[in-house]
Design a protein around this ligand. Structure first.
Ligand SMILES: [Cu+2]
Length: 459
């Protein structure tokens, strides 16, 4: 492993093929995928063409599917002009497969191949995305869904991924390249877009079985926009949050912050269609439509069997890690330490492009937040002492948190990404049962790039 600074010294380095030798059990089913990242033209609207960075030339990238117990093996080739890596968001991964450059692997150079291989231990809705300059690479389309199934949950007649992205396009329906790196975006809400797609399309329509039961797997792949979904149904039945099954509950609308996932179960009964809207702005947008078609193949009289193997742990001997989040526009961060030097906020912003801090330190991929033992119960005692919401994501280990965004739900949910409102104080009860160096960062990707990032080491 090379550190970032060492690495910068010898760019360009020689291109080698990195081979991961499987040490996983031989008797498991291996699901093989081949993924290539490259520049690809894509049309957001008829007669327009945008240059994106895509996996296998599609937006979103291919939906990777497996069952609990399988091994996922992805033979990945980087045909971009820049280094990259892939993170498997929400997967309790083997640390060296987690895809964080400089922390868990060296960046994958142009022309190089890297084999990601890891077991799928938990069912749920996940996604994968670039983790190198992700504020740019994700904004240009480097992501895709990952769905892990479990036979006990297999009661649905239709199962659809609803991957939403909020693109910032110019008037020619191309990526607005000029605004990349805008200090205004980085110090405010992040790169907020102007063009919503669902699975790469504007307001798509999906046909589902009449009288059937449908599972919708929402994923927010936006750089920064907190999406809010409503529908023409009175209420939506939520069955999973961040890939993890929950005791079903009903909401009229729900928010979905960058990086988060949420699954709902829909039964249209007598309706012939249902409309879904994105309502985070004054004017609701048509997100997508479900329309029923006739079918005789309904297998819908099974009862779901959702269960979680995790229970809320005792906090008696919990290790507390305090994380004071500061910075951004209109914030109270006067000074912070960056690469060992204390600097005032203005200098950090204008000279270093750093704007956010944990505990008065500008974070990075090598900023250690705490070191704990495997199976230790850890409490992140967080305070969002900024004027902005932050979608906080922990790699490799999940945490219980009171998810205040759901109306009437006064319970802890197991999550991997939680949206903290301005001023909010919150406790993440982390089940540190997966050893390794695990990034903890804001999933507003501009915030992560400008300091809201660190890692937890589980030894
Ligand atoms: Cu943030």
């Amino acid at each position: 492993m090379t550190s970032r600074r060492q690495f910068l010294k010898y760019i360009p380095c020689t291109f080698v093929v990195t081979k991961y030798n499987a040490v996983l059990a031989d008797n498991k089913n291996v699901i093989n995928y081949k993924i290539t990242a490259k520049k690809t033209s894509f049309s957001f609207k008829d007669n327009t063409s945008a240059e994106l960075l895509l996996y296998n030339d599609t937006n979103p990238g291919p939906t990777l599917k497996g069952n609990v117990g399988d091994i996922l093996r992805v033979n990945f080739t980087n045909n971009l002009d820049e280094p990259t890596s892939i993170h498997w968001h929400g997967i309790k991964n083997i640390n060296k497969m987690d895809g964080v450059p400089y922390l868990t692997q060296d960046p994958i150079q142009p022309g190089e191949t890297f084999v990601y291989e890891f077991p799928l231990n938990h069912s749920g809705t996940y996604w994968y995305h670039a983790h190198m300059d992700s504020w740019k690479q994700v904004a240009k389309g480097l992501y895709g869904p990952l769905v892990v199934s479990n036979s006990k949950e297999n009661i649905f007649d239709d199962d659809l991924v609803i991957l939403a992205d909020d693109w910032r396009l110019n008037k020619n329906y191309e990526i607005d390249e000029k605004s990349f790196g805008s200090l205004m975006d980085w110090s405010h809400a992040g790169r907020i877009g102007n063009w919503l797609t669902i699975n790469g399309k504007k307001s798509p329509e999906y046909q589902i079985n009449k009288d059937g039961l449908t599972r919708l797997r929402f994923i927010n792949a936006s750089n920064a926009r907190v999406l809010k979904f409503g529908s023409s149904l009175k209420k939506m039945k939520i069955i999973a949050v961040d890939g993890m099954s929950v005791k079903p509950f009903f909401q009229e609308v729900f928010t979905l912050a960058p990086g988060q996932r949420l699954d709902i179960s829909v039964n249209l009964n007598d309706l012939s269609e249902v409309n879904f809207f994105e309502i985070s702005q004054k004017k609701p947008l048509n997100a997508f439509v479900l329309k029923t078609i006739k079918s005789n193949q309904i297998t819908n009289n099974k009862r779901p069997n959702f269960s979680s193997k995790y229970s809320f742990p005792s906090l008696e001997n919990a290790k507390i890690i305090k994380i004071h989040m500061q910075g951004g526009a209109m914030g109270n961060l006067a000074k912070a330490e960056f690469e060992g030097v204390e600097k005032d906020f203005r200098t950090l912003a204008t000279e270093d492009r750093k704007l956010w801090a944990f505990n008065k330190e500008i974070g990075s991929y090598d900023y250690l937040l705490g070191k704990v033992k495997t199976n230790e119960v850890v409490v992140f005692d967080l305070w969002n002492d900024t004027r902005w919401p932050h979608s906080m994501h922990l790699h490799g280990n999940h945490f219980f948190v009171k998810s205040n965004e759901f109306k009437g739900l006064n319970d802890y949910l197991l999550r991997d990404t939680y949206l903290m409102q301005p001023g909010e104080k919150s406790k993440f009860v982390v089940l540190a049962d997966n050893p390794g160096k695990w990034l903890f960062h804001c999933h507003m990707l501009e915030h992560a790039a400008s300091g809201m990032v660190g890692y937890l080491e589980v030894i």
